[in-house]
Design a protein around this ligand. Structure first.
Ligand SMILES: [Zn+2]
Length: 232
């Protein structure tokens, strides 16, 4: 009787990808049946088996953000993010996070034991909104990738006014010491999650804080990014 070589019992990366793709499809089919979801930008009914996040008219206005993010910031994706951040639509975070997780899985290795850390909003902002939108998106990423979410891996120490209208250098100096990372990140590969990348100053400041706390590697993941000429 021949025994299978132990190494042949290890699933290949491709077969893992296939399984993840299948589990994704099965879950989406179940969601369609038992918890139908509307378009993230306009709440229009979504037809099963079609575009999962947006209705057809909204999907036309969605542009790919490759290679930096699944989406370019604008159109329907902007509507979805604005609704999530400013209109209490916390229900939109999970599908956006799952889509981001699936996108990340398709393009890079996911190290075993990696953790997911959201870009922290300031305590004032969290009080104002009642939730931290990046944490909700990060929860979707973590569940898609089967990783541990560390919600307070980063803390924002102070809120230096709005980011809007500031140049990269201004933002960098204002942000440099605004974040501190928990010791839980020490030695870990970290997926750092935020909704939108504009200049990248926030992600840089968070990466610095995580690295100072001993993170082994930091991979920023954002739902959408803004090209420099369109910075807001
Ligand atoms: Zn729509």
């Amino acid at each position: 009787m021949t025994r299978a070589c132990p190494s042949s019992a290890l699933p290949s990366v491709d077969s893992i990808r296939q399984r993840v793709a299948w589990s994704h499809r099965i879950r989406e089919a179940l969601l369609d049946t038992f918890a139908p979801r509307g378009c993230l930008a306009c709440d229009a009914e979504l037809h099963p088996g079609r575009e999962r996040l947006f209705c057809a008219p909204c999907a036309i206005a969605v542009e790919s953000g490759e290679p930096w993010a699944p989406y370019l910031y604008g159109g329907a994706i902007r509507h979805a993010i604005v609704r999530l951040k400013f209109q209490d639509r916390t229900d939109l975070a999970e599908p956006l996070g799952r889509r981001l997780g699936a996108w990340a899985f398709g393009r890079a290795a996911v190290p075993a034991g990696a953790i997911v850390v959201p870009v922290a909003s300031s305590p004032e902002r969290i009080r104002e909104r009642g939730y931290c939108h990046a944490t909700l998106v990060a929860r979707g990423v973590a569940s898609e990738l089967g990783l541990t979410l560390v919600p307070f891996g980063l803390t924002r120490l102070r809120q230096d006014g709005t980011q809007l209208g500031r140049g990269r250098e201004d933002r960098l100096s204002a942000l440099r010491d605004a974040y501190v990372a928990s010791e839980k990140v020490c030695g870990k590969s970290v997926f750092l999650v935020d909704d939108v990348r504009t200049t990248g100053a926030t992600l840089d400041a968070c990466t610095l804080a995580l690295t100072r706390a001993g993170a082994a590697h930091v991979e920023p993941l954002v739902v959408a990014w803004t090209p420099p000429e369109n910075e807001t």
